[in-house]
Structure formats: structure tokens, C-alpha cells
Ligand binder design. Structure first.
Ligand code: GLU
Length: 421
């Protein structure tokens, strides 16, 4: 058996730690080793070099990736992130997580992910446009509305989706709104897509709090990260009557045991979602995670909650809005301590769910109201939450393994029916 040894896995290696859980999930579901061999890596992985003419006339060449994990269920789907720390393994792991998300909310997709190694804050608006268009030219052969559908992720937004759509439509010489999701509404975007991840996390928090008998009104919430997911989430929690006592961005965190004025912070933040630099008394991201609170929402990057800080976390509920914020060892420690974890692949599935709604609307050429989208999102996510809880309870496994089991099953079944395994 060509297995991977559980004890040989590095805590911080996102790809191999994901592979370990995929393997465990497939074993528990009764699939043969060959299924793991198929699903442990993306079926397709493209590395591209993107030359960009900078404003000063010089040329910089950026590295980009696109990973397509598995297309047995249907076209692959997943965002594109712009971040200086993007690596091949990270993009591969993220594409596997997209398969799991799509499976958990029962979408007709497999997972994909893209990334460009870049610090977008160093680029001008026009340089960013040229980079976005260059990326689409570089990956155009393997993407498309019935092949692989990109979307926003860290540091990419509806403007970037609009440039990417425009570039793709020029290459194909026809209007193809279903090529990408997270578009501006006027270009075929969907109501609620912009806030979808945060809306989904809000639903998960509500369901988890209900399950644990913690009233949301007055509950103390800490949110790490003030980007698309974190900032809207802080707002929704604040509006729901919870007390958002801590928030943070890449530069640091803010803490007020009486609750922060979220509306004022949203007003002041810049286009990259940073706000804490305007304050003198900040705390570190590390301190933020260990604040006294009821609900902790990591909404930033990977590997924030580790074996080192897991014993000091005071929250009763952790809802993972970010992808991969908690390591396997930390999950074990927290689960043993009785902390209820809503894992990333479930908690952050609201984004791809509304992306799916956007794609369906594009394919139909018929557009839904905000109320319709919200009602559909609610229905899908409440069902997903209860499916994962039911799996965890019936099989006696932690919430992350349960989510992987629910998430991987559809792709594994589709691969089996197609005769691949
Ligand atoms: N980037 C988001 C995620 O990680 C959304 C992907 C999508 O909408 O396709 O779930």
C-alpha cells in the first residue's frame, strides 16, 4: 500500500495535512486505495509566467497557477488569489478544498483554484488590470463556462473579475458571462455574491450557537481578518446584536471588551481592508486569537490556530471563514477541549454557493432578486450544516473529518460511476 504516514506530516504543510484527512475520509467511507490515489492531487495543474508592462515602461514577470482538482462531477470551480506567499502546494490544497465545499453544498462542480505570486498593494490600478488580463490569456485554454470557472479570492474583487471576463470574451469573440463569477451586477453578477461568504458564515454561527444553546444577542465575537469575509461578517454580527469585541488586519488587531464600533471601522478602512494602522493601541494577531470571547472567526489566511496556541483559545465556537486556518493537531486539541468547530469547507461555502447561483443565472439569462438568492442560500447552508453534524454524530468523528466525508463523497461516487476507479 502506497499510503502516507500520518506521523510524517508537517503541521504547516497544507497539502499533506489535507491529504491525510482525505485518506481518512475515503477509508471511513469504504473506498479503495486507488480512489485516494486519484483524489490526493489535482488532475490538472498549470504553471504560467505572466509578463506585465509596468507603468514606468519596465517589464515584470509574475508566476501564476491554476489547479483543477477533479472534474468527475462537472466543470471545476474556484477563486484566484493575489498574494506574495502563494505556492504550488497551497493552490493544490485549495483546489481540493473547493471540491469538498462543492460536495458539502451539493453543487454540480469539482474544485479548482488559482493564484498569482504578487503583492497587489505594490501595483497601480492599471498594472493590476494588465496582470489580471495576462493571467486569463495564460490559462485561457483550460478554463471556460463548461470547463473551469474562476471567481474572487484573497485580494481579488469584482473589478478584477470584470477585466478577466472582458479578456476571455475578447479571446473567444463572444459574450461569455458564465466564464467567471463574482462579477459586478451590471456584467451579469448576482445579488448577494459580494457578501455571500460572510452571509454563509453568519448562518453557520447562528446554527452552531443554537446547537450549543448560546444566545447570539450579546455574544462576544472576535474576527481575525478584515477583508471581504471578515469585514462583512463583523457588520452582520454587529447588526444581529452580538458584541464584536476584536477585529484585526495584517497590521494588527483592535480590542474593546464593550464591543467595537464596526460601522465606524468600515467607514475608515482602505481599499485593501486595512484599518488598524489608524489606531495607536493595537494588539497582535496572536493576542487577538486568545481573547476572551464566545465565538472566534478566523477570516484571514492559513495556519493561524496551531498546537501552540490552541490550548489558550477561550472561544466556545470556532467558525472558519478562512481556508485552512486551523492545523490538524490544533483541531484535535480543540475538539478534545470541547470547542465546537465549524470547519472551513463548510463554514465558507456560502461564496461558492452564490457563485453557482450566478453561473445558473448567466446560463439561463434570467436574473433573480436579492430575496430569492438569500432564501436559496439559507436553505442550502442549513441543510449542509445539519448533514455534517449528522455525519459527525453518527460516525463519532470530529467536525472536520465529517465535513471531508460529506464533501468528498460526491466526487468519489461520480469517479466510480465514470469507471475511473
Ligand atoms: N474563493 C472562494 C472560496 O474559496 C469562492 C470560490 C468561488 O466562488 O468559486 O470559496
Amino acid at each position: 500500500m502506497k499510503g502516507i504516514r500520518l506521523d510524517s506530516v508537517q503541521e504547516f504543510d497544507v497539502l499533506s495535512s489535507t491529504q491525510v484527512i482525505i485518506k481518512e475520509a475515503l477509508q471511513k467511507l469504504g473506498y479503495p486505495e486507488a480512489m485516494y490515489e486519484l483524489l490526493k492531487e489535482p488532475v490538472r495543474f498549470l504553471t504560467v509566467r505572466i509578463p506585465v508592462r509596468m507603468d514606468d515602461g519596465s517589464v515584470r514577470v509574475f508566476t501564476g497557477y491554476r489547479a483543477q482538482h477533479n472534474d468527475a462531477v462537472g466543470p471545476t470551480k474556484g477563486g484566484v488569489r493575489f498574494h506574495p506567499d502563494v505556492t504550488e502546494d497551497e493552490v493544490k490544497a485549495l483546489s481540493i478544498w473547493m471540491t469538498l465545499k462543492a460536495g458539502i453544498v451539493d453543487l454540480p462542480y469539482g474544485g479548482a483554484k488559482g493564484g498569482i505570486v504578487v503583492n497587489p498593494t505594490e501595483l497601480s490600478f492599471r498594472e493590476l488590470e494588465r496582470l489580471s488580463r495576462g493571467y486569463v490569456r495564460a490559462i485561457s485554454q483550460i478554463v471556460g463556462p463548461t470547463k473551469d470557472i474562476p471567481a474572487p479570492d484573497i485580494a481579488t474583487n469584482s473589478q478584477i473579475m470584470a477585466w478577466m471576463l472582458d479578456e476571455y470574451s475578447r479571446i473567444r469573440e463572444h459574450d461569455s458571462p458564465g466564464f467567471i463569477t463574482g462579477k459586478p451586477i451590471v456584467l451579469g453578477g448576482s445579488h448577494v455574491r459580494e457578501t455571500a461568504t460572510a452571509r454563509g458564515v453568519t448562518i453557520m454561527i447562528r446554527e452552531a450557537a443554537k446547537k450549543l444553546g448560546i444566545p447570539l444577542a450579546g455574544a462576544r465575537v472576535v474576527v481575525q481578518g478584515f477583508g471581504n469575509a471578515g469585514s462583512y461578517l463583523a457588520k452582520f454580527m454587529h447588526d444581529a446584536g452580538a458584541k464584536v469585541v476584536g477585529i484585526s488586519d495584517v497590521y494588527g488587531g483592535l480590542y474593546d471588551p464593550e464591543g467595537l464600533d464596526i460601522d465606524a471601522l468600515l467607514e475608515k478602512r482602505d481599499s485593501f481592508g486595512t484599518v488598524t494602522r489608524l489606531f495607536k493601541n493595537t494588539i497582535t494577531n496572536r493576542e487577538l486569537l486568545q481573547l476572551p470571547c464566545d465565538i472566534l472567526v478566523p477570516a484571514a489566511v492559513e495556519n493561524q490556530i496551531t498546537a501552540e496556541n490552541a490550548p489558550n483559545i477561550q472561544a466556545k465556537i470556532i467558525v472558519e471563514a478562512a481556508n485552512g486556518p486551523t492545523t490538524r493537531e490544533a483541531t484535535r486539541i480543540l475538539t478534545e477541549r470541547g470547542v465546537f468547530i465549524v470547519p472551513d469547507v463548510l463554514a465558507s461555502a456560502g461564496g461558492v454557493t452564490v457563485s453557482y447561483f450566478e453561473w445558473v443565472q448567466n446560463n439561463q439569462g434570467y436574473y433573480w432578486s436579492e430575496e430569492e438568492v438569500l432564501a436559496k442560500l439559507e436553505q442550502v447552508l442549513v441543510r449542509a450544516f445539519s448533514n455534517v453534524v449528522a455525519m459527525a454524530e453518527s460516525r463519532g468523528v470530529d467536525m472536520r473529518l465529517a465535513a471531508y466525508m460529506v464533501g468528498v463523497r460526491k466526487t468519489a461516487e461520480a469517479s466510480r460511476y465514470r469507471g475511473w476507479v
